[in-house]
Design a protein around this ligand. Structure first.
Ligand SMILES: Cc1cc2nc3c(=O)[nH]c(=O)nc-3n(C[C@H](O)[C@H](O)[C@H](O)COP(=O)(O)OP(=O)(O)OC[C@H]3O[C@@H](n4cnc5c(N)ncnc54)[C@H](O)[C@@H]3O)c2cc1C
Length: 387
């Protein structure tokens, strides 16, 4: 059996790995010119954790785990307002939580591909034609390919979704925030941070800086913005949003000016009432982005890939795709609902709500109140793999 996968992100690489494991012949096309190394820190738990454990990949994931001790919210003078104890968080998830860079997850999945895996960078699909017993794709390099299944794993702004289901405006639910992330070197900030993870929080804006194991630093900004436009120049936009603030921001914004690899997007979820049409399936963010507010997108991409391969091992393609939707949907909806709930307090709009969040976060460390964390993370622990 032959699969064509569009996108070599977490969803595409996981799908390729698990389909290869059950004997499928896989080709991946990826529009980037090579593997992506940039990204941001990902909390990895739930379905994805279970899937990589079953596939025997967990030791590789554990080896790239970043040991985050705590996440501290600070004011403009750097004074701590509240703190999340990451060890308590991990405990509340029965120890089954890892912190990994997106680039590291992709690197592990890339290394796990079979020898000679057919991954074509700087390539995409131009046209897709469905037939009763196969699907045919015209690629941007001019070649044609036939497959039993085409998987659109090309992210929240999916081109496969555009081609088969129509424009993204029909499917994106905007959650009212924009987010950016990039990596940089700064010895002075690194020495001050001393391995820590700090988030400057002011109404409608928060900016995180954290240390990576190799001495580099990473940033993650989230701010209120209802617009659906992605700026042409993310560094300029970041300066417009954060230029008036102190702390380390003046230095970080200078680094952003020199960086040509800034991740910038609005935060959104993808809502569709079906994820496949004929022999074309969307999987991962392209189909069911839950958003970073649910903290489960990477995990649901890998969990979904595992479920798909498991179903294809025991059924024909049309049956397996129906079964995939039936198995995944309820959990996706729960995680999306949890993400929307988080959107209410993720970046507090005023100082009062900021203080309320501080009180809640500080309370999670009080003896006897650890149940608060367990309740909060309950949706993340639910797994489509263990069902
Ligand atoms: C700041 C941030 C923090 C997050 N934190 C977490 C977290 O803590 N836990 C968690 O589980 N998830 C988290 N997520 C979500 C997670 O990163 C995503 O859900 C996950 O990366 C989705 O993977 P994907 O492969 O579906 O899509 P993507 O990562 O978007 O990959 C899509 C791939 O397809 C390629 N592509 C796009 N268009 C085309 C095309 N036309 N042709 C060929 N290739 C194409 C892209 O170049 C890319 O390689 C976070 C997300 C963000 C932004």
């Amino acid at each position: 059996m032959k699969a064509l996968i569009v996108g070599a992100g977490i969803a595409g690489l996981a799908t390729s790995k698990f389909l290869s494991d059950i004997g499928w012949d896989v080709t991946i096309v990826e529009k980037a010119h090579g593997p992506r190394t940039s990204g941001y820190m990902i909390d990895f738990a739930g379905s994805g954790y279970d899937a990589v454990e079953r596939a025997g990949l967990l030791p590789l994931f554990q080896a790239r785990h970043h040991n985050v001790e705590a996440v501290e919210y600070v004011d403009e003078t750097g004074k701590t307002r509240s703190l999340i104890d990451y060890n308590l968080t991990r405990e509340s998830m029965n120890g089954r939580l890892l912190a990994l860079l997106r680039g590291d997850i992709e690197a592990i999945l890339l290394e796990a591909q079979p020898k000679g895996a057919d991954i074509r960078y700087a390539t995409s699909v131009k046209e897709i034609v469905q037939h009763e017993d196969h699907v045919e794709a015209m690629l941007t390099d001019g070649s044609r390919m036939q497959a039993d299944l085409l998987v659109g794993a090309d992210g929240i702004h999916s081109h496969v979704r555009d081609l088969i289901f129509g424009p993204e405006e029909k499917y994106l639910r905007y959650l009212g925030y924009h987010v950016s992330a990039f990596m940089f070197d700064d010895d002075r900030i690194a020495a001050d941070l001393d391995g820590g993870f700090k988030i400057l929080t002011v109404p409608n804006r928060q900016f995180a800086i954290y240390a990576l194991d190799d001495g580099r630093l990473a940033s993650l900004d989230a701010h209120t913005d209802a617009s659906r436009e992605r700026p042409r120049d993310p560094a300029k936009k970041m300066r417009e949003v954060y230029g008036d603030l102190g702390w380390y921001l003046p230095r970080v914004l200078d680094h952003a000016d020199r960086c040509d690899d800034i991740y910038y997007d609005f935060i959104a979820q993808v809502e569709m009432d079906h994820w496949h049409e004929g022999r074309v399936l969307l999987l991962g963010d392209s189909a069911y982005a839950v958003s970073l507010l649910a903290g489960q997108g990477a995990s649901m991409a890998i969990g979904g890939a595992w479920v798909l391969a498991h179903l294809l091992e025991n059924a024909n393609v049309p049956e397996a795709l129906d079964a995939f939707e039936a198995r995944m949907r309820a959990d996706v909806l729960k995680k999306q609902a949890a993400g929307r709930k988080t959107a209410n307090w993720f970046v507090p709009p005023n100082e009062f709500q900021n203080v309320v969040r501080d009180l809640f976060l500080n309370a999670t460390r009080l003896p006897g109140l650890k149940g608060l964390l367990r309740n909060f993370f309950a949706p993340s622990l639910k797994s489509v793999v263990r069902e």
